[in-house]
Design a binder for this molecule. Sequence first.
Ligand SMILES: [Zn+2]
Length: 350
Amino acid sequence: MGRISFESIASDVRFLNPMKEFAEDVQTLQIRKDPLLGDTSVFNPELKDKAQIFFGKCDQELIKSLVEETAKTCFFCGEAVAKSTPRFMPDFCSTGRIRVGEALLFPNLFSLGTYHPVIRLCDAHFLKLSEFTPELIKNGFLAARQFIRIAYAKDPEVAYAAVTANYLFPAGASLVHPHLQMIATPIPYSYQARMLDGCSRWQRENGTSYFADLIAEEKDGPRYIGQTGSWQWLTPFSPLGNNEVMAIHEDLGDLDALSDVDLSNLASGISKVLSHYETLGHLSYNYALYSVRKNKNDGSFRALIKIITRQNLYANYRNDDYFLQKLLQSELIITPPEELAEQLRKSFRP
Ligand SMILES: [Zn+2]
């Protein structure tokens, strides 16, 4: 097993604080590095209880009116989904769309990848986070797996996939109606490419899989949350986004190879995480499940999901993706990963 090092530096920042009659103040920052990729994140303990300043508070009246207004013209509601959403070419998928329960998968009108289907998750136009049930999420992933199997059969080049979610406008969704999107391409997109390179390098240097080593290292530690079947849940040492939770499959790297039970266990974990986000006052989120076709995986990569919260919905909300994230590719930690893991551990107890 390769040794994983969790590096951080501390920085003392001194200034004359107007809130303390210009007395000298000192804040001790912690700057963390992701052990595989080196991505940085910063924690200022003075901001720990100031989540509301950063993320705001959901405006329930505004949400109610947005939900009502958007439902009137929603492409994913009722009869409209059959009439207004695209269909696949008959030689690609003879049924035109893929249905699993309430989940319906179809091509995107404006593709951002070689394959870019959209999956309408459910009949409901809006769900609270605690209403994303394991069954509903599982059906979305079953549709995604059915799609990747068709894509693999038709196209020997396609190999890198991500099943993703944007919930509500702060997360980049153009429609309120719960849905997933999936990108599948012959080349990995930037972040996935960096993970794959990192995993291959780790395997060359240590002879082991980085993610298997990470699970072994983190298990029962302060960032470990629990297990749902073959998925190990934890918070990353240096997160990419707010309140990030990740799950790693113990053995497999390809969505095609994940069993119904694997997808059921994945969905059950996602549902628990989303419910917890609701208790923290969040509503908007993103996630991505990363997958690599078996013949393009040197054995070092494992399927994994990353889930993050986004800004809350209120009038004139402030974006949470600013210079720090967008141009320095670093993240601000408000709740330390170790505390988030501790909060979540009880919902993952068998
Ligand atoms: Zn709708």
